[in-house]
Design a protein around this ligand. Structure first.
Ligand code: SF4
Length: 292
């Protein structure tokens, strides 16, 4: 079995009480069956508190959307009392995402987490994939990994402007971005936060990225490719990666062009689009429909 991860992955650390957009606020946290059984078996005050705090298989948020175990210092009472081993799968894994193949597991860091965003954007060298262990991939998977490697190389070819790299990616992926009113499309999607709705009011899709941020957008493009390319959906993955990069770049161009604002837009985009059950599919369908 092979484990694959981006070169920056081992440097990730949750910033816990310093996090301004904690994953313990505003998200419904489902507790997996094995952890529910563990919590049911716990005795004493902590066990009672856990059972009081969970209903229908998820933690019951307080009136401001906070997990009942997130304390006023921004720390998790459960970790403080029992360590990370007592966390349910979602809390333990967040913000990691995983893709499984027949003999390989690929892991990445989702960008709804501000620490993961900062880590990605501060990379200077092109991001590489690191692998550990051996694998016996199928012929279809091997072809996919080779095709993806070529797409990564185009995305990271610093001899060309990022705009040209994105055009080349679309060409190689056999896909075009439909000439839609993307502001209306994004405003029609499921949305969580009013601030995101406000940002979208100014969206006008540009083909270029702000020149001062080519390196950051290269990493973002790479991340979207890594996250969304699948063996049975190369065109959709490329289309979604380029569209997502352009949307974030277009939003950045509408206001203050700072690393801080870029990081916030990336986090919002990921939270609103990638962490929705529906939104990536809706966008991929818009791209696919145009191909047909
Ligand atoms: S969003 Fe990221 S940095 Fe913030 S609390 Fe969650 S894992 Fe930690």
């Amino acid at each position: 079995m092979m484990l694959v991860y981006p070169s920056y992955y081992p440097d990730f650390r949750c910033i816990a009480d310093r996090c301004r957009h904690s994953c313990c606020v505003g998200w419904e946290i489902d507790v997996d069956a094995a952890t529910l059984a563990l919590y049911d078996s716990l005795e004493g005050e902590l066990g009672d508190r856990l059972r009081r705090s969970i209903a229908d298989g998820h933690f019951v948020q307080d009136a401001s959307g906070r997990c009942p175990f997130l304390n006023d210092s921004g720390l998790c009472d459960l970790i403080t009392a029992c360590g990370e081993g007592a966390l349910c799968d979602i809390c333990y894994e967040h913000p990691r995402f995983r893709h499984w193949y027949s003999d390989r597991e690929e892991v990445g860091l989702g960008l709804c987490c501000e620490a993961a965003v900062d880590l990605l954007l501060q990379q200077t060298e092109p991001i590489a994939l690191v692998s550990e262990g051996e694998e016996c991939a199928t012929a279809e998977e091997t072809a996919f990994f080779e095709a993806r490697k070529e797409l990564f190389a185009i995305a990271q070819d610093r001899s060309a402007p990022l705009t040209a790299r994105m055009e080349r990616l679309l060409e190689l992926g056999g896909v075009s971005l439909p000439p839609l009113d993307w502001r209306t499309v994004y405003l029609s999607l499921e949305r969580l936060d009013e601030k995101w709705t406000e940002e979208l009011q100014n969206l006008r899709l540009l083909a270029v990225v702000p020149s001062d941020f080519e390196r950051e957008f290269e990493h973002l493009l790479w991340y979207f490719l890594y996250r969304h390319l699948r063996p049975d959906g190369i065109a959709e993955g490329v289309g979604l990666a380029v569209l997502s990069t352009r949307v974030v770049a277009s939003l950045l161009a509408t206001g203050e062009q700072t690393t801080k604002r870029l990081a916030d837009l990336v986090r919002q985009y990921s939270s609103e689009i990638e962490y929705s059950d529906q939104n990536p599919t809706v966008l991929a369908e818009k791209i696919t429909d145009f191909r047909c």
